[in-house]
Design a binder for this molecule. Structure first.
Ligand code: AOF
Ligand code: ZN
Length: 359
């Protein structure tokens, strides 16, 4: 993060002569690592490079990969998909593809575009919209309930599903939640690295995703467990009117940990503008957002059309008709339904995981 996952393989005379991948933002891109992996530089002359993303054309944290391939003597480049990053796609000296063609290389693609797209859904979404991709995770009973009338909701799903959510958190840039989850459930929304599968634990290290708490009416004190737990927090609350009152309310905030940032935003009909909030996360180069919230906030995200993926964990239990529905989403007529495409239904321990996208 915030960069895409990219891999590159160099082939000469039907043999793989080098390979590399982009390991971390700030370090060399896939193509450079692949070129550096070849012992004899002469072997690269006339080789073909296979890349999962169009080689870049810009000077960012590193130099342009398209130039590096040209200068190394690569003759043909096969790319899986074009890079929608405006810095590459709209570069004044041409995109990576254009530069390489101009230099006389044979450039072919896209090839296996859907698979390449699936590698980097969050990054690609941010490049196209300026906002992160939003996954909304929910847990429900077989009768579609997500909390008792009292708000009590722990635990609906079993340990396997909860473990998977740890992985989902670890792989997200930010986790968005609402004040009531923080207050009522005492949720910390952290990643517990000892609950991660070892390969995930290795790739994320001890990084904690940014936890974003939406608290339009400033109902939180700032001393709840979420604020005490390790890792960065963005506490978003509504501006009180008149502005002078803001200072008053601020003076009542306890001393916050240095990793907690408090941000006041103008409210719209008493609510935090979710699109603005996502745009702010996009500016912070956040690719993937996980919404882990109660039915009200999750419903607001769905209602605003901001959920790119719904992940529902369904537990083999009935919570009854006085319990709360999955989402607060008032729909009056069948013509206003929100149709979804189900991508997969998978057994996770005793629960079922349903992944659905808006159609
Ligand atoms: C490539 N090969 O392996 C990757 C690319 O900040 P920088 O310099 O690392 O540039 C990041 C941008 O480069 C990123 O937003 C994306 O457009 C492209 N990523 N390009 O040619 C790579 N990771
Ligand atoms: Zn590059």
């Amino acid at each position: 993060m915030p960069n895409p996952r990219v891999g590159c393989v160099l082939v000469k005379d039907e043999k793989v002569i080098g390979e590399g991948y982009h390991q971390r933002a700030g370090q060399a891109h896939a193509e450079i690592n692949a070129l550096n992996s070849v012992a004899n530089l002469n072997d690269i002359k006339g080789a073909t490079a296979y890349v999962t993303l169009e080689p870049c054309s810009h000077y960012g944290r590193t130099g342009p990969c398209s130039d590096a391939l040209i200068n190394a003597g690569v003759k043909r480049v096969v790319y899986a998909m074009a890079d929608p990053n405006p810095k590459v796609a709209h570069h004044e000296q041409g995109s990576g593809i254009e530069r390489m063609r101009r230099a006389g290389l044979v450039v072919e693609g896209p090839l296996m575009e859907a698979q390449a797209e699936a590698l980097n859904r969050g990054f690609l979404h941010r490049m196209r919209t300026g906002r992160p991709r939003v996954v909304c995770k929910l847990a429900m009973s077989l009768d579609g309930r997500t909390a008792m009338a009292s708000g009590e909701s722990q635990w609906i799903t079993g340990p396997d599903a909860r473990k998977e959510v740890q992985t989902l958190r670890a792989q997200s840039c930010a986790i968005v939640t609402g004040w009531s989850t923080v207050k009522v459930d005492g949720a910390r929304m952290t990643v517990r690295s000892n609950e991660l599968p070892s390969n995930v634990a290795m790739s994320v290290g001890d990084r904690q995703p940014l936890r974003v708490v939406l608290d339009s009416q400033t109902q939180l004190q700032g001393d709840e467990p979420l604020f005490q737990a390790e890792g960065p927090v963005l506490w978003v609350s509504g501006l009180l009117e008149p502005v002078s009152q803001v200072a008053t309310s601020r003076s009542t905030l306890p001393t916050l940990r240095s990793t907690v940032e408090h941000m006041s935003v103008p409210l719209h009909d008493g609510h935090i503008n979710l699109i603005r909030m996502l745009e702010e996360l996009g500016r912070r180069e956040c690719n993937n957002v996980l919404v882990e919230a109660g039915s009200t906030l999750a419903g607001a995200f769905v209602q605003a059309g901001l959920v790119d993926e719904l992940r529902v964990y369904m537990a083999p239990t009935l919570m009854g008709s006085t319990a709360q529905p999955l989402l607060t989403l008032p729909i009056a007529s069948m013509s206003d339904q929100r149709p979804l495409n189900i991508e997969s239904i998978t057994a996770i321990g005793k629960d079922w995981r349903i992944i659905a996208m808006p159609s």
